[in-house]
Write a protein that binds this ligand. Structure first.
Ligand code: KG4
Ligand code: ZN
Length: 337
């Protein structure tokens, strides 16, 4: 079965074709970073308009790349939430209509399930059950995963998401958007011993996160110490170390509490090098296996949507003819597939 995947939940148009026999056939991505960078963050209306312009040409391009006709697609998967409503409706509208016109099933994919299953596209996919840390611009979720659609939420953020904390702190440091890669680059030049930021909510039980205080810590440090280049790099380093360490502490706790031996890291922040190094150490210390998607599939992409869509289509799921999107949608509401 060949599934076309369409991702338009935020600021990236991602298109891919997944073949259940041959694997991922093709994928392409158009990033809107240049469009939003001048505003310092995503402007939802501009995002929707850009998806309108890019989605169909990218679908045609991906089909041409692999020499397929649209009639050779057996199913269409589109991100139906969570995300920006206007942006989601573009992918849902195009995906649902295309499937109808081709006479094939369509399936509405949960964006975070896409992230969660992205490591399944790699050579060494994680077997169930596992612990998943999903860290993106909008979410910070620790989940016990027993199978597709069998998700138990163990921890969540009580305020900013991990990626959001990176983006906001980057803005305060005068760095560009998106903030995660910018902080990460600057942090590499920072002195890890000059400042120590707190590890929020680690000194009490539980698996929830809180990251908003770290940006206040960054602002106060900047005001106190001055904003020369080295100080900014040292602050970026202290911030990154605090976020990474906090996540590692919670993962360790979650592994112990659940008895699980495998962790999947996914979502944009899982591209972070410091996090990968820290999790590698944790894995070695606890004899746990750590799985990631390749870096380009950590951030938003169409491949993960095509794959997650296939998992649901093969279980017989398909969307009704109505074009629906859910800007807010809990992973726990998904059904097993
Ligand atoms: O998964 P994603 O592409 O989109 C959402 O679903 O939100 O994640 C985007 C987030 C942004 O907040 C971005 O700053 C962050 O991931 N990010 C990173 C890195 N690359 C992207 N954060 C830290 N380090 C990185 N290398
Ligand atoms: Zn995402």
């Amino acid at each position: 079965m060949r599934v076309l995947g369409i991702e338009t939940s935020c600021d990236e148009t991602g298109i891919a074709i997944y073949d259940s026999d041959a694997g991922l056939l093709a994928h392409t991505l158009h990033s809107q970073i240049d469009l939003h960078a001048v505003y310092g963050g995503v402007v939802p209306e501009l995002a929707s308009r850009d998806h309108v312009q890019k989605t169909l040409p990218l679908i045609r391009q991906v089909l041409a790349d692999v020499g397929l006709d649209k009639g050779e697609i057996d199913g269409v998967a589109y991100t139906a939430g969570p995300g920006l409503i206007g942006a989601l409706l573009v992918g849902a509208g195009i995906g649902r209509s295309l499937a109808w016109s081709l006479g094939v099933p369509a399936v509405a994919v949960h964006h975070m399930e896409g992230h969660l299953l992205a490591p399944m596209l790699e050579d060494n996919p994680p077997p169930f059950p596992f612990l998943a840390l999903l860290v993106s611009g909008g979410h910070t979720l620790l989940i016990k995963v027993e199978g597709i659609g069998r998700y138990q939420l163990l921890g969540d953020t009580v305020d900013d998401a991990a990626g959001e904390a990176f983006d906001k702190t980057a803005k305060l440091l005068g760095l560009g958007y998106p903030g995660g890669p910018a902080i990460s680059r600057l942090a590499a030049q920072g002195d890890p011993t000059r400042f120590r930021f707190p590890r929020p909510m680690t000194n009490r039980p539980g698996l929830d996160f809180s990251f908003s205080g770290l940006k206040t810590f960054a602002v106060n440090t900047l005001a106190r110490e001055g904003d020369d280049g080295q100080t900014k790099a040292d602050i970026a380093r202290a911030f990154e170390d605090a976020v990474v360490d906090t996540m590692a502490i919670k993962c360790r706790r979650a592994l112990k509490e659940t008895g699980l031996q495998r962790i999947v890291l996914a979502g944009g922040v899982s591209a972070n090098r410091g996090l990968r190094q820290r999790m590698k150490q944790l894995g070695e210390a606890l004899e746990a296996e750590i799985y990631y998607p390749r870096p380009e599939f950590c951030t938003d992409n169409g491949a993960m949507i095509a794959y997650a869509g296939w998992c649901r289509l093969r279980a017989g799921e398909s969307a009704t003819l109505s074009i629906d999107a859910s800007p807010r949608w809990s992973l726990e509401r998904l059904s097993p597939a």
